[in-house]
Structure formats: structure tokens, C-alpha cells
Design a protein around this ligand. Structure first.
Ligand code: SF4
Length: 93
């Protein structure tokens, strides 16, 4: 794999890494098959991450997703949203 998956948008504004999008350098997607979700999501009385919203998917544990190869995401970009930071690009095989 020569590229990493961009986070096109993240609407989970409760996350400490959300400043108009994801500012974490890379996230891990985990959760379960009923709610594939960002495991990097954290709700704190602080904001952190990079100064720009250019997050990427560093790893993904949802092996059953059609975009998953070797525990990595192969989609060009993904969208995150909802209260629990759901991966809205998830699609079960
Ligand atoms: S699209 Fe699939 S492989 Fe990519 S991060 Fe979401 S759940 Fe993981």
C-alpha cells in the first residue's frame, strides 16, 4: 500500500481532535460490526492534534469491511460522524 486513507470529514464535534475536521495525525478505527467507530475519539475539556484538519486512517480493525486489506483501510477517503464517531464509509463484505 503506497498511500494512506484521508479522513474527508468528521462531524463528531465532541471529539478533542475535531477542529473543523480531524486533526489527529492518524486514527485507529475499531468498534464492532454494528458500530464501526473511531477508537481515537476522546471527549475532553481540551482540544489537541495538529493545527490543520488533515487526519488519516492509520489502522483499521474492521476486517469484514470491503475496504479493509491486512487491517489497513484501502478507501481513497472516509467520512466519520455521529455521536460515537462512526465510520460512515464502512461496508460489510
Ligand atoms: S471504510 Fe472500512 S476499512 Fe476503511 S476505516 Fe472505515 S471500516 Fe475501516
Amino acid at each position: 500500500m503506497s498511500t494512506v486513507t484521508a479522513i474527508k470529514s468528521c462531524a463528531t464535534t465532541a471529539c478533542a481532535y475535531n477542529h473543523g475536521g480531524c486533526t489527529a495525525f492518524a486514527i485507529t478505527v475499531g468498534g464492532d460490526s454494528t458500530d464501526p467507530a473511531c477508537s481515537t475519539f476522546v471527549s475532553l475539556d481540551a482540544r489537541g492534534g495538529l493545527p490543520v484538519a488533515e487526519g488519516h486512517v492509520g489502522a483499521c480493525q474492521r476486517l469484514e469491511c470491503i475496504h479493509n486489506t491486512d487491517l489497513m483501510c484501502t478507501a481513497d477517503a472516509i467520512t466519520i460522524g455521529a455521536d460515537t464517531a462512526t465510520c460512515q464509509s464502512y461496508k460489510a463484505r
